[in-house]
Design a protein around this ligand. Structure first.
Ligand code: NDP
Length: 287
């Protein structure tokens, strides 16, 4: 293997430590950041996420508020809870775990969250703010991926970046963040032609496809930095969207799955909660 593995687990642990220090300093001023997580239904993966979000929130010294609603809850009831959390001064961040049951409209629920408390960064106002270069809440997975890239490469200015995937939660916001850092950004999706050739021109590859081992080693430009966002459950356990064994022979640096982007996502959720708390109290954004 020639590539340096990018240790997202260690980076996330360091980030959580800095968040805990900021949280302790805020508590001395009488401010305790609070994150409310709402889970509707009993999706097993969502239950795991919500549990570890709550645990890590408490470990950082923040208040964690969990709300569990049965799958058949009417949408109006969920919207009423969101409104109650919007008004609650002890709650600085609100996250409604997706996916929601089919009878609910995810966009309507997401857009009911007060944008200042929208720590997932999915509210239409935050999407627009990010796209127009204003202060926004930035979605956690792309934010965590950006931190790993900056840590590895320093400036991203002028680099050719290929984002594979155009979802609202990963691909599109990732592309916006790379653009904000002055990378030259290409977004690929299921209709893209000549993807392997396109990939071979990229200094930075972000794979957010949802297909195990989709990106092959011979797609990678020698020395490129590869961020694998994919989480795919297979008979061999959790694997990413990149064929790690192959790509690691060619890339300059690559995130493993698990232990790469995954741990960054929750750490960035806590970072967003801290930022939301600082802004709500007229304090500068924490570094
Ligand atoms: P989506 O299914 O919403 O989007 C997948 C994207 O991949 C789509 O834009 C789709 O294109 C594109 N795609 C599908 N097939 C191909 C193909 N053959 N060639 C090129 N592009 C293709 O997924 P998400 O963005 O929500 O998630 C992506 C992955 O990241 C998943 O594995 C998910 O589990 C993981 N994930 C990990 C997180 C973490 O914390 N690490 C957080 C969130 C997600 P089109 O739009 O044309 O259909």
């Amino acid at each position: 293997m020639t590539a340096t593995p990018i240790d997202g687990k260690a980076f996330a642990a360091g980030l959580r430590e800095r968040i805990a220090e900021h949280t302790a300093a805020m508590k001395e001023r009488g401010i305790t950041p609070g994150l409310a997580v709402v889970l509707v239904g009993e999706d097993p993966a969502s239950q795991v996420y919500v549990r570890s979000k709550g645990k890590q929130t408490r470990e950082t010294g923040m208040n964690s508020f969990e709300h569990r609603l049965p799958a058949e809850t009417p949408e109006a009831e969920l919207l009423a809870l969101v409104e109650q959390l919007n008004e609650d001064p002890a709650v600085n961040g609100i996250l409604v775990q997706l996916p929601l049951p089919d009878h609910m409209d995810e966009a309507r629920v997401t857009n009911a969250i007060r944008p200042e408390k929208d720590v997932d960064g999915f509210h239409i106002l935050n999407v627009g703010r990010l796209a127009t270069g204003q202060k926004a809440m930035v979605p956690c997975t792309p934010l965590g991926s950006l931190m790993l890239l900056r840590d590895r490469l320093g400036s991203l200015s002028g680099k050719n970046a290929l984002v594979i995937g155009r979802s609202n939660i990963v691909g599109k916001p990732m592309a916006q963040l790379l653009l904000r850092d002055s990378a030259t950004v290409t977004i690929a999706h299921s209709r893209t032609q000549n993807l392997p050739e396109l990939c071979r021109t990229a200094d930075i590859v972000i794979a957010a496809v949802g297909r195990a081992h989709f990106v092959k080693g011979d797609w990678i430009k020698p020395g490129a930095t590869v961020i694998d966002v994919g989480i795919n459950r297979t008979d061999d356990g959790l694997v990413g969207d990149v064929d790690f064994a192959e790509a690691a022979q060619v890339a300059g640096a690559i995130t493993p799955v698990p232990g790469g982007v995954g741990p960054m996502t929750i750490a960035c959720l806590l970072a967003n909660t801290l930022t939301a708390t600082a802004r709500a109290n007229g304090l500068p954004d924490p570094e």
